[in-house]
Design a protein around this ligand. Structure first.
Ligand SMILES: [Ca+2]
Length: 516
């Protein structure tokens, strides 16, 4: 079955990756693609691909070229193949550099005399060396990503497809002037080296080492071809209280208490690597005995790969099985999930899957000690984001900031702002027992296809369904009658989503989108 592309934004992102802002493989036999050239030359002796490559060979004069981009870019990825034929002297040699439209240096990648890869922030005049060696005599692929955003600017560096964490940060100070020019080679005279360059490209998204040669025709297969990238399955609002009249020994009845049916989906799908339980995992109050009698018999069968978030029901202390003062602080939840739920009592923690960073948050803000600026959770989140500059970030928690189901709440807006500022891609929530997909939005709920976060509500874990109250702005897809899980395939620089319905239902929702 062909997948449906989810939005115009994903089309745009893919198209840009195919037709970059700028590319030069030097097969023209010259440097006519460049705006200004000083000392750099094309030649045929040291070539990565084709018949020509650029080369800077010098024992003194500078050897570089600059390209003025068609438009300034607050965010830019810049890739080159580079070969160190020789490197002499005692100074580092810069080989790729970002400048503003007026020529002011922003940041650059260099090789030290010892052959280590480093990056210089030209705005703050600070240099950082990695322990990564750029081996001489072989072609490498270097890529650098800048997002100019004041003190929350992003720098990411990859060598041969591996991100160099020592040179990557989400809290760089790169000023506020966007990138207007890129430079290939070293502009400072008095240095001695011989570097070759090929396959130069600049774009607004990660530049793959094997560029796709077709555009939209490749999109349908993106979500269906075999992949080894990790798959997360998520839903919330899951297991009925054992006292529920529809519990039926865990099998449920009609359209209620069908958490076993949903967990069968996960058990029978070998592609799923991890599960996110999005809160209200156990009704009516998440008492430990309720977890053991109900959740543990259904979703508990995949507990070893489950990452839970805590919901509002888990904090209740009356109204259901094992609900009493002893359940204060969501005691049953934290006891049942143990270390998988993070530090007992907090409800927030993070982990990595593949290239992605995933963050569980506690949207029961009163119980969490607040969700506002400077609260323990918000402080932790900002620090966690700063120390994990992954290009792709997902957060999940229970109570949504946006919903058409009537249960949205503003309490997480500061947390969402932190996520947005860090360039996060996806939020998963529950609370309304519906499925809903939103277009990418900024924290104010405005459409933002460039930097926005896409929220999914997946309150379809089996407990029961609720209805649509008022369709919210930027809501793209809604369903109120199908249990199931949202599967997210976490590619290194993009994700695919697919809602997988309970047996006997047909509703689905699929798409793909690049990370910011
Ligand atoms: Ca070439």
């Amino acid at each position: 079955m062909l997948a449906v592309v989810g939005s115009a934004a994903s089309l745009t992102a893919r198209a840009e990756a195919v037709a970059p802002l700028f590319a030069d493989d030097f097969e023209s036999g010259g440097l006519s693609g460049w705006t200004a050239v000083s000392g750099l030359a094309v030649q045929q002796q040291q070539v990565y691909a084709g018949a020509w490559a650029a080369r800077g060979t010098t024992s003194g004069p500078a050897a570089y070229a600059t390209k003025t981009l068609p438009a300034t870019q607050p965010e830019l990825f810049y890739r080159t193949r580079v070969k160190l034929i020789s490197l002499g002297g005692t100074s580092s040699v810069n080989f790729m550099k970002f400048r503003t439209a007026t020529g002011t240096a922003i940041a650059e990648l260099y090789v030290t005399p010892a052959g280590l890869l480093g990056y210089r922030n030209d705005v703050t005049a600070t240099s950082t060396n990695s322990q990564t060696t750029v081996t001489a005599g072989v072609w490498h692929e270097a890529q650098m990503h800048l997002r100019v955003n004041g003190t929350a600017s992003t720098v990411e560096v990859w060598l041969d497809g591996t991100r160099i964490d020592a040179l990557s940060t989400a809290t760089a100070s790169l000023g506020t002037t966007p990138v207007g020019r890129i430079q290939l080679g070293e502009n400072v005279a008095g240095r001695s080296y011989d570097f070759a360059y090929d396959d130069v490209a600049a774009d607004t998204s990660y530049i793959n080492s094997t560029p796709t040669t077709t555009t939209t025709t490749t999109l349908p297969t993106t979500t269906t071809e075999p992949t080894t990238d990790p798959v997360l399955a998520a839903a919330g609002d899951i297991a009925c209280d054992p006292l529920n009249p529809n519990f039926n020994g865990g099998a449920g009845s009609g359209d209620v208490c069908r958490d076993r049916l949903v967990s069968d989906l996960i058990l029978n799908d070998a592609s799923i690597d991890a599960v996110a339980a999005l809160g209200d995992n156990q009704y009516y109050c998440g008492g430990l005995s309720a977890f053991q009698q109900s959740y543990d018999q259904s979703w508990g069968r995949v507990k070893t790969i489950t990452h839970p978030a805590v919901g509002n029901h888990e904090y209740l202390t009356s109204g259901g099985t094992d609900c009493n003062a002893g359940n204060a602080g969501a005691a049953g939840y934290f006891t049942y999930f143990g270390a998988a739920a993070g530090t007992p009592g907090q409800g927030w923690y993070s982990f990595d899957m593949g290239a992605w960073h995933l963050i569980a948050l506690n949207s029961n803000c009163g119980d969490a000690g607040g969700c506002g600026t400077g609260s323990p959770q918000e402080t932790w989140l900002r620090n966690d984001l700063a120390s994990h500059p992954n290009s792709c970030v997902l957060a999940f928690y229970h109570i949504p900031l946006w919903s058409s189901g009537g249960r949205a709440a503003n309490n997480t807006r500061t947390l969402v702002t932190d996520l947005y500022n860090a360039g996060a891609e996806v939020i998963l929530a529950g609370h309304d027992h519906i499925y809903e997909r939103f277009a990418p939005q900024n924290p104010s709920g405005m459409l933002d296809n460039a930097r926005g976060i896409r929220e999914f509500i997946v309150g379809t874990g089996g407990a029961n369904h609720t209805s649509i109250a008022t369709v919210a702005p930027n809501s793209e897809v809604r369903n109120t009658d199908t249990f199931g899980v949202l599967k997210l395939t976490l590619h290194p620089n993009s994700y695919d989503w697919r809602f997988t319905p309970e047996a006997g239902k047909t509703f689905t929702d699929t798409g793909s989108q690049a990370c910011h």
